[in-house]
Design a protein around this ligand. Structure first.
Ligand code: FAD
Length: 814
């Protein structure tokens, strides 16, 4: 046993696959002065009983990156660390029952191709060559991933532990962390064997992460938004036909995932392993009658096969061999779920020098990639890939107990669900309501959740189909189409209003605030009394975020950003803020309405006290409907307009007056359609750390000549000297029934040359539009490219570097 350390650079709490991989990757990065604490034996949490399935497939670009990295790593890990282990690359068949499912497969296969993976679409008949024991009459088609497989989770963890120890890292087993405290700038992690002082702490405590998270509350932490679900699989006794097939073919059968029925079926030895994600699922340890035990190491829940009855019958109909043998062993174990089922990773919200990586529902396949990402976050402060999809800061205070529980139940029961662009998941809604909520709903508002805030996506009229089923399509058109078009036209020809509750906004004040901000952003600040857009880059010059910067006075700012960016962007400022400055999140105290369209001046003239002749980007304090308001002369839809910012308590009266004066309500779908016509960027779509500011087409917001240094300045200078490898483009796509989704491949002569970062239909220009990033030599107006949309390729043309709608911005400046 290694000697008990009293100091370390990093202490990791939890010795499951994730904690150990984080330790291994820190050691590989040269940070070997790190300690991992495990309360029991390594793998004692969820890891020991995991089935060990290892797919590449994910509809998320970031998660696919992690999984792809893991599988590449696992293929050589045994040799790399000299620890033999069971890893079978069997391939997997993913069964599609519907046209929409096949479109999803096509989209993921296209992303996979971009990441260098070869997934193949095949007919049900072709799939029988891989899996002769399967019924296929009701299938539309099948997706084949040759690199899917399964690994022994305990051996994987032990192999990474060996690799970490060999590089000098320290693992303390049977050594629970019992709490944390601060000593000056350092953390002190307490254990029964002694205290360890360290620079960074990482919560990798799996389903105990909520409990460990409690220790960080005195230092700014929050309730960890995880729910523990029960997840089962069972193993059958040996099946002679499978044994015979395996002997004859010298390999295992591939994995089958019947995602529309919601289960996986895998060969285990010569039997089968069935693992469903059932609708009638169960959360544990969520009531006072069922408290979470102090220690659940290497334990399971009682079997509960009744819950799986429908799935077992469905799987027996699919692979009748399943029914020929009895159930040998049932595994029913705890699995932590974040509300969306993706892990919670990255800087611990609200706490400095603390990180977290937990709530993994697929932590075996993601462990390798997660360890890489965590090591980068800890050692570099930034990651190679944009990791927003799994960033813990995506959940803010709306993620209360009720939200987490109901979302976990919904997500688990729809683990393999498709996420359609016009669909909103119904569970745990109405967490944050605009003062105008009832009015919006009464006007037909079809609501969507944005960081928990309910905004209208579109306004339905009598007789419109507002069912959830109607949104289960990848296609552009649905019951919303006619209404969105009408809303756009009302804005284009008259005046519209959108209630933008939940805009994230912070005040930044104090002597020297302007000078400090200049050292954080790539460009210039507005003059006092004006506003502009400011961009933050990371060390590599990549886009971290965009904020609207409102400058009230020399050192007095309001910074505004997307609703979902609330905690992410606040922390970007807060983590570096000098003590002399005051930064406050005032998102709840204020709210905004965008009043826009050629008749917006006329309308505001009737109900406001303000100088409406002031120009574009001007700011003024005035009154609307008798209420104090900040009027900002900007419009995200590219028409004459004002953002009207008012105290939340005044919002209802202001909105009522705007509507009474004749403003037509419009929703988020219309807003997005119009913003893409102007080439305005979406947060973590077009604006992501996957691109530098230059690659993202934001060069005009970079001032390399300014005297202040700022993150990314030298990298951007180097890029300016040598030229960018990629360029940002607006594409007009001759699309079919669907517009380009996020991360659709862009092709030139069949070769992938870039990807879309957002896509939509522009109703003012009557075109399908995509924004994207392509090889620099192709980012030239007039270049003919193709975009792959759900399996079909469509011609696309690179547009001039100007908005498609109102290229001169004359309407905006009117
Ligand atoms: C039935 C089932 C099947 C699954 N199948 C798959 C699959 O096929 N593929 C896949 O990718 N994933 C699968 N999973 C999910 C997978 O098991 C988890 O995602 C993964 O194990 C999570 O690893 P972890 O390191 O985050 O957590 P854990 O393995 O739970 O590790 C956390 C560790 O922290 C320790 N700990 C907690 N508190 C403290 C403390 N105070 N001090 C010190 N140590 C502490 C615990 O003892 C534990 O060992 C399955 C899960 C279940 C339940």
């Amino acid at each position: 046993m290694s000697e008990f350390p009293s100091t370390a650079r990093v202490v990791i709490i939890g010795g499951g696959a994730i904690g150990v991989s984080t330790l291994y990757h820190l050691a590989k990065a040269g940070w070997s002065d790190c300690v991992l604490l495990e309360k029991n034996e390594l793998t004692a949490g969820s890891t020991w009983h995991a089935a060990g399935n290892c797919p590449n497939f994910s509809a998320s670009w970031a998660v696919m990156n992690m999984q792809r990295y893991s599988l590449e790593m696992y293929r050589t890990l045994a040799d790399d660390v000299d620890y033999p282990m069971n890893y079978h690359v069997t391939g997997a068949l993913r069964l599609g029952h519907t046209k929409e499912r096949m479109q999803e497969f096509e989209r993921v296969a296209s992303m996979a191709r971009y990441q260098g993976l070869e997934m193949e679409m095949m007919t049900p008949k072709e799939a029988l060559d891989y899996y002769p024991f399967m019924e296929t009459h009701d299938l539309e088609g099948v997706l084949w991933d040759p690199l899917d497989g399964d690994i022994d989770p305990a051996q994987l963890t032990q192999a990474m532990a060996k690799g970490a120890r060999d590089l000098g890292a320290n693992i303390q087993r049977f050594c629970p962390a019992t709490g944390v405290s601060r000593d000056g700038d350092e953390w002190v992690v307490h254990t029964d064997k002694g205290d360890i002082k360290c620079e960074f702490v990482v919560n990798c405590a799996g389903y105990y992460a909520k409990r460990v998270g409690e220790w960080f509350k005195p230092y700014g932490g929050r309730d960890v938004p995880l729910t523990v679900m029960s997840h089962q699989y069972f193993l059958t006794d040996e099946i002679p036909e499978i044994e015979a097939w395996t002997k004859e073919n010298g390999r295992k059968l591939p994995m089958v995932r019947d995602v529309d029925s919601s289960y996986y079926l895998r060969q285990d030895k010569h039997g089968l392993n069935l693992g469903p994600y059932e609708r009638n699922c169960k959360a544990h340890w969520v009531t006072p009658q069922d408290p979470m035990p102090e220690d659940f190491s290497f334990q399971l829940y009682p079997d509960d096969l009744d819950r799986l009855e429908w799935y077992i019958e469905d799987a027996m109909a699919r692979v009748p061999l399943l029914g020929t043998q009895g159930v040998g062993r049932v595994i029913n174990g705890p699995i932590p779920y974040a509300p969306d089922g993706l892990p919670l990773m990255g800087p611990m919200p609200g706490v400095k020098n603390a990180f977290e990586a937990h709530s993994f529902t697929f932590g075996i396949v993601q462990a390798g990639g997660a360890g890489k990402v965590m090591a980068e976050w800890i050692t570099e402060g930034e990651t190679e890939w944009d990791m927003w999809a799994v960033d813990s800061r995506r959940y803010t205070e709306h993620a209360d107990f009720d939200f987490c529980l109901n979302k976990a139940l919904e997500t688990y029961g729809h683990e393999y669900a498709m996420h359609f662009p016009h669909h909103e998941w119904p569970a745990a809604r109405d967490k944050k309501l605009s003062p105008n909520h009832d009015r919006l709903v009464a006007d037909g508002g079809q609501m969507g959740a944005y960081n928990g805030w309910e905004r209208a996506n579109w306004f339905a009229k009598e007789g419109d189909d507002t069912s959830e089923a109607a949104t289960e399509t990848w296609n552009r058109n649905g019951p919303w189409t006619a209404r969105v078009k009408e809303e756009v036209e009302a804005v284009r020809d008259g005046v519209g209003v959108i209630d933008m509750c939940g805009f994230s906004r912070y005040t930044l004040k104090g002597a020297g605030a302007a000078e400090w901000l200049r050292t954080q952003v790539a460009g210039a600040l507005p003059k006092a009394g004006r506003m502009n857009l400011i961009y933050f880059a990371d060390k590599r010059g990549r886009i971290v975020t965009e904020m609207s910067c409102i400058r009230h006075g020399e050192d007095d700012f309001t910074l505004m950003t997307a609703a979902v960016a609330q905690w992410h962007d606040f922390e970007l400022l807060w983590r570096k803020l000098p003590d002399s400055l005051e930064l406050k999140d005032v998102s709840k105290e204020w709210t905004s309405m965008l009043v826009t369209g050629p008749k917006s001046r006329e309308l505001l003239d009737q109900i406001s006290e303000a100088d409406l002749s002031m120009g574009w980007l001007s700011l003024q304090n005035g009154k609307v409907a008798g209420k104090s308001a900040l009027l900002a002369r900007v419009s995200f839809v590219g028409e004459l307009g004002w953002e009207v910012h008012v105290a939340t308590s005044d919002a209802a009266e202001v909105y009522t007056a705007l509507r009474a004066a004749g403003a037509t309500p419009f929703g988020m779908f219309a807003l997005d359609s119009m913003r893409i016509e102007k080439g305005y960027r979406t947060w973590k779509g077009d604006l992501s750390t996957d691109y530098t500011l230059f690659e993202g087409g934001l060069g005009r917001f970079v001032k390399l000549a300014k005297e202040q240094d700022f993150p990314g300045k030298s990298a951007l200078q180097a890029e300016a000297d040598t030229g960018s490898k990629k360029g940002f483009v607006t594409l007009v796509v001759d699309a079919g029934e669907a517009d380009a989704p996020y991360m659709a491949s862009i092709l030139k002569d069949g070769e992938i040359v870039g990807e879309t970062t957002s896509g939509n239909f522009g109703y003012r220009v009557n075109k399908s539009i995509a924004l994207g990033v392509v090889r620099a030599d192709l980012a030239v107006p007039g270049t003919k490219l193709e975009v792959e949309i759900y399996g079909a390729t469509y011609p696309a043309v690179v547009q001039d570097d100007a908005p498609l709608w109102d290229a001169e911005n004359a309407r905006l400046r009117a």
